[in-house]
Design a protein around this ligand. Structure first.
Ligand SMILES: Nc1ncnc2c1ncn2[C@@H]1O[C@H](COP(=O)(O)OP(=O)(O)OP(=O)(O)O)[C@@H](O)[C@H]1O
Ligand SMILES: [Mg+2]
Length: 228
Protein backbone atom coordinates (compact mmCIF):
# COMPACT_ATOMS: atom_id res chain seq x y z
CA UNK A 1 0.00 0.00 0.00
CA UNK A 2 1.65 3.18 -1.10
CA UNK A 3 0.50 6.72 -1.72
CA UNK A 4 2.68 9.43 -3.14
CA UNK A 5 1.34 12.94 -3.18
CA UNK A 6 3.25 15.68 -4.92
CA UNK A 7 2.53 19.40 -4.86
CA UNK A 8 -1.16 18.73 -4.57
CA UNK A 9 -3.36 21.78 -4.91
CA UNK A 10 -7.13 21.85 -4.79
CA UNK A 11 -9.01 25.05 -5.51
CA UNK A 12 -12.80 25.03 -5.32
CA UNK A 13 -14.87 27.11 -7.75
CA UNK A 14 -11.97 27.60 -10.13
CA UNK A 15 -14.28 29.23 -12.65
CA UNK A 16 -15.88 31.71 -10.26
CA UNK A 17 -14.65 34.98 -8.83
CA UNK A 18 -14.75 33.68 -5.26
CA UNK A 19 -12.34 30.77 -4.98
CA UNK A 20 -11.56 28.73 -1.90
CA UNK A 21 -8.29 26.97 -1.41
CA UNK A 22 -8.84 23.42 -0.20
CA UNK A 23 -5.25 22.20 -0.32
CA UNK A 24 -2.00 24.00 -0.99
CA UNK A 25 1.20 22.31 -2.15
CA UNK A 26 0.70 19.14 -0.17
CA UNK A 27 3.53 16.63 -0.35
CA UNK A 28 3.09 13.31 1.41
CA UNK A 29 4.37 9.76 1.10
CA UNK A 30 2.56 7.02 3.01
CA UNK A 31 3.29 3.33 2.81
CA UNK A 32 2.58 0.07 4.55
CA UNK A 33 -0.30 -1.33 6.50
CA UNK A 34 -1.09 1.32 9.05
CA UNK A 35 -3.73 3.36 10.79
CA UNK A 36 -3.36 6.99 9.77
CA UNK A 37 -5.20 9.74 11.63
CA UNK A 38 -5.84 13.07 9.91
CA UNK A 39 -6.48 15.90 12.36
CA UNK A 40 -7.09 19.60 12.00
CA UNK A 41 -9.64 22.33 12.65
CA UNK A 42 -12.88 22.66 10.73
CA UNK A 43 -12.26 23.89 7.19
CA UNK A 44 -8.55 23.04 7.30
CA UNK A 45 -8.73 20.63 4.36
CA UNK A 46 -9.00 17.18 5.96
CA UNK A 47 -11.88 15.97 3.79
CA UNK A 48 -10.32 17.60 0.74
CA UNK A 49 -7.14 15.57 1.25
CA UNK A 50 -9.07 12.36 1.83
CA UNK A 51 -11.25 12.83 -1.27
CA UNK A 52 -8.26 13.62 -3.48
CA UNK A 53 -6.47 10.51 -2.19
CA UNK A 54 -9.60 8.44 -2.82
CA UNK A 55 -9.94 9.79 -6.35
CA UNK A 56 -13.36 11.21 -5.50
CA UNK A 57 -12.17 14.70 -6.28
CA UNK A 58 -9.71 15.73 -8.96
CA UNK A 59 -6.82 17.93 -7.95
CA UNK A 60 -6.39 21.36 -9.52
CA UNK A 61 -2.65 20.73 -9.92
CA UNK A 62 -0.02 18.33 -8.66
CA UNK A 63 -0.62 14.62 -8.40
CA UNK A 64 -1.67 11.67 -6.29
CA UNK A 65 -0.46 8.19 -7.09
CA UNK A 66 -1.50 4.91 -5.53
CA UNK A 67 0.70 1.83 -5.98
CA UNK A 68 2.56 3.75 -8.68
CA UNK A 69 -0.63 4.56 -10.62
CA UNK A 70 -0.87 8.26 -11.21
CA UNK A 71 -4.39 9.73 -10.93
CA UNK A 72 -3.41 12.56 -13.25
CA UNK A 73 -3.09 10.06 -16.12
CA UNK A 74 -6.18 8.04 -15.23
CA UNK A 75 -9.56 8.39 -16.93
CA UNK A 76 -12.59 8.92 -14.70
CA UNK A 77 -13.74 5.38 -15.50
CA UNK A 78 -10.38 3.91 -14.54
CA UNK A 79 -10.33 5.86 -11.32
CA UNK A 80 -13.83 4.60 -10.52
CA UNK A 81 -12.69 1.02 -11.19
CA UNK A 82 -9.74 1.51 -8.84
CA UNK A 83 -12.08 2.79 -6.13
CA UNK A 84 -14.37 -0.21 -6.53
CA UNK A 85 -11.60 -2.78 -6.44
CA UNK A 86 -9.22 -1.33 -3.87
CA UNK A 87 -10.97 1.24 -1.68
CA UNK A 88 -13.63 1.16 1.02
CA UNK A 89 -15.44 4.21 2.35
CA UNK A 90 -17.09 5.24 5.58
CA UNK A 91 -18.59 8.71 5.65
CA UNK A 92 -20.12 10.72 8.45
CA UNK A 93 -23.51 10.01 6.90
CA UNK A 94 -24.05 6.34 6.34
CA UNK A 95 -25.70 6.24 2.84
CA UNK A 96 -27.44 2.93 3.40
CA UNK A 97 -30.15 1.92 0.95
CA UNK A 98 -33.47 2.33 2.79
CA UNK A 99 -35.47 -0.45 1.14
CA UNK A 100 -32.81 -3.09 1.72
CA UNK A 101 -32.12 -4.98 4.95
CA UNK A 102 -28.95 -4.26 6.90
CA UNK A 103 -27.50 -7.60 5.76
CA UNK A 104 -28.21 -6.83 2.09
CA UNK A 105 -26.75 -3.36 2.49
CA UNK A 106 -23.54 -4.85 3.87
CA UNK A 107 -23.50 -7.27 0.91
CA UNK A 108 -23.88 -4.61 -1.82
CA UNK A 109 -20.16 -4.53 -2.77
CA UNK A 110 -19.99 -8.35 -3.17
CA UNK A 111 -21.95 -11.31 -4.48
CA UNK A 112 -24.93 -11.23 -2.13
CA UNK A 113 -26.05 -14.79 -2.87
CA UNK A 114 -22.78 -16.36 -1.76
CA UNK A 115 -23.15 -18.25 1.53
CA UNK A 116 -19.53 -17.47 2.37
CA UNK A 117 -20.17 -13.74 1.96
CA UNK A 118 -23.37 -13.84 3.99
CA UNK A 119 -21.50 -15.58 6.82
CA UNK A 120 -18.76 -13.03 6.58
CA UNK A 121 -21.24 -10.15 6.71
CA UNK A 122 -22.94 -11.65 9.76
CA UNK A 123 -19.57 -12.12 11.39
CA UNK A 124 -18.66 -8.47 10.81
CA UNK A 125 -22.03 -7.34 12.15
CA UNK A 126 -21.47 -9.61 15.16
CA UNK A 127 -18.08 -8.09 15.88
CA UNK A 128 -19.77 -4.70 15.83
CA UNK A 129 -22.48 -5.97 18.18
CA UNK A 130 -25.41 -5.64 15.76
CA UNK A 131 -25.79 -9.13 14.30
CA UNK A 132 -29.38 -9.37 15.58
CA UNK A 133 -30.29 -6.35 13.43
CA UNK A 134 -29.27 -8.05 10.16
CA UNK A 135 -32.83 -8.38 8.88
CA UNK A 136 -34.02 -4.92 9.89
CA UNK A 137 -34.20 -1.88 7.60
CA UNK A 138 -31.94 1.14 8.16
CA UNK A 139 -34.76 3.34 9.54
CA UNK A 140 -35.31 0.81 12.35
CA UNK A 141 -31.77 1.38 13.66
CA UNK A 142 -30.22 4.15 15.70
CA UNK A 143 -27.70 6.48 14.05
CA UNK A 144 -24.83 4.65 15.67
CA UNK A 145 -26.13 1.23 14.60
CA UNK A 146 -26.51 2.44 11.02
CA UNK A 147 -22.96 3.72 11.06
CA UNK A 148 -21.72 0.33 12.23
CA UNK A 149 -23.58 -1.29 9.32
CA UNK A 150 -21.87 1.15 6.95
CA UNK A 151 -18.52 0.13 8.41
CA UNK A 152 -19.28 -3.56 7.90
CA UNK A 153 -20.16 -2.73 4.26
CA UNK A 154 -16.84 -0.90 3.82
CA UNK A 155 -14.88 -3.92 5.08
CA UNK A 156 -16.75 -6.74 3.34
CA UNK A 157 -14.74 -6.83 0.12
CA UNK A 158 -11.42 -6.45 1.93
CA UNK A 159 -10.27 -3.21 0.33
CA UNK A 160 -6.59 -2.30 0.38
CA UNK A 161 -7.42 1.13 1.73
CA UNK A 162 -10.25 2.28 4.00
CA UNK A 163 -11.13 5.97 3.90
CA UNK A 164 -13.11 7.21 6.87
CA UNK A 165 -14.36 10.79 7.08
CA UNK A 166 -15.42 11.30 10.71
CA UNK A 167 -16.65 7.68 10.84
CA UNK A 168 -17.28 7.81 14.58
CA UNK A 169 -18.90 11.26 14.75
CA UNK A 170 -22.41 9.87 15.23
CA UNK A 171 -21.35 7.22 17.75
CA UNK A 172 -21.24 7.26 21.54
CA UNK A 173 -17.83 6.77 23.06
CA UNK A 174 -18.17 3.01 23.64
CA UNK A 175 -19.35 2.39 20.07
CA UNK A 176 -16.60 4.62 18.70
CA UNK A 177 -14.07 2.47 20.52
CA UNK A 178 -15.59 -0.75 19.10
CA UNK A 179 -15.41 0.68 15.60
CA UNK A 180 -11.83 1.84 16.05
CA UNK A 181 -10.86 -1.56 17.46
CA UNK A 182 -12.24 -3.26 14.36
CA UNK A 183 -10.44 -0.79 12.07
CA UNK A 184 -7.26 -1.28 14.07
CA UNK A 185 -7.47 -5.06 13.53
CA UNK A 186 -8.26 -4.50 9.88
CA UNK A 187 -5.01 -2.57 9.40
CA UNK A 188 -3.10 -5.86 9.51
CA UNK A 189 -3.97 -6.12 5.82
CA UNK A 190 -4.66 -2.57 4.75
CA UNK A 191 -4.09 1.11 5.13
CA UNK A 192 -6.80 2.80 7.16
CA UNK A 193 -7.10 6.58 6.89
CA UNK A 194 -9.35 8.30 9.40
CA UNK A 195 -10.29 11.97 9.44
CA UNK A 196 -11.49 13.04 12.86
CA UNK A 197 -11.91 15.87 15.32
CA UNK A 198 -11.59 13.42 18.17
CA UNK A 199 -7.96 12.66 18.86
CA UNK A 200 -8.93 10.25 21.65
CA UNK A 201 -9.98 7.61 19.07
CA UNK A 202 -6.47 7.65 17.58
CA UNK A 203 -4.62 5.97 20.45
CA UNK A 204 -3.60 3.15 18.14
CA UNK A 205 -2.71 5.31 15.15
CA UNK A 206 0.66 4.59 13.56
CA UNK A 207 0.79 7.96 11.86
CA UNK A 208 -0.84 11.27 12.75
CA UNK A 209 -1.09 13.95 10.09
CA UNK A 210 -2.04 17.45 11.16
CA UNK A 211 -3.53 19.86 8.67
CA UNK A 212 -3.76 23.60 9.00
CA UNK A 213 -5.17 25.98 6.42
CA UNK A 214 -4.89 23.54 3.51
CA UNK A 215 -1.32 22.49 4.28
CA UNK A 216 0.24 19.68 6.28
CA UNK A 217 1.72 21.11 9.45
CA UNK A 218 3.16 17.88 10.83
CA UNK A 219 3.45 14.14 10.28
CA UNK A 220 4.21 12.03 13.34
CA UNK A 221 5.10 8.36 13.03
CA UNK A 222 5.24 5.74 15.73
CA UNK A 223 7.71 3.88 13.50
CA UNK A 224 9.26 4.30 10.09
CA UNK A 225 7.12 4.32 6.94
CA UNK A 226 5.94 7.81 6.15
CA UNK A 227 7.53 11.11 5.39
CA UNK A 228 6.12 14.48 4.52
N1 LIG B 1 -17.57 21.82 -2.40
C1 LIG B 1 -16.92 22.91 -1.98
N2 LIG B 1 -17.02 24.08 -2.61
C2 LIG B 1 -16.34 25.18 -2.20
N3 LIG B 1 -15.52 25.19 -1.14
C3 LIG B 1 -15.38 24.05 -0.45
C4 LIG B 1 -16.06 22.84 -0.83
N4 LIG B 1 -15.71 21.85 0.04
C5 LIG B 1 -14.86 22.43 0.91
N5 LIG B 1 -14.64 23.73 0.63
C6 LIG B 1 -13.74 24.65 1.35
O1 LIG B 1 -12.43 24.11 1.32
C7 LIG B 1 -11.80 24.28 2.59
C8 LIG B 1 -11.42 22.91 3.15
O2 LIG B 1 -12.62 22.19 3.37
P1 LIG B 1 -12.67 20.70 3.90
O3 LIG B 1 -14.06 20.23 3.76
O4 LIG B 1 -11.60 19.90 3.25
O5 LIG B 1 -12.29 20.91 5.45
P2 LIG B 1 -12.36 19.91 6.68
O6 LIG B 1 -11.05 20.01 7.38
O7 LIG B 1 -12.80 18.57 6.23
O8 LIG B 1 -13.48 20.60 7.61
P3 LIG B 1 -14.56 19.91 8.58
O9 LIG B 1 -13.80 19.46 9.79
O10 LIG B 1 -15.49 21.03 8.90
O11 LIG B 1 -15.22 18.79 7.84
C9 LIG B 1 -12.78 25.07 3.45
O12 LIG B 1 -12.44 26.42 3.37
C10 LIG B 1 -14.10 24.79 2.80
O13 LIG B 1 -14.99 25.86 3.01
MG1 LIG C 1 -14.52 17.44 6.54
Amino acid sequence: MEFNIEKLNLIYDMDKAAQTIGLRDVNLALSGNRLVGILGPSGSGKSSLLYCMAGLRRQTSGNVSFEGHSYKDMSTAKLAALRRSDFGFVFQRHFLVEYMTILDNVLTPVNASSKKMRDKALNLLGRLGIEELANKKPHQLSGGQRQKAAIARALINEPKVIFGDEPTASLDHASAREVMKLLDEYKQNAMVLIVTHDESILDNADTIIRIWDGAISSVQNKEEGATA
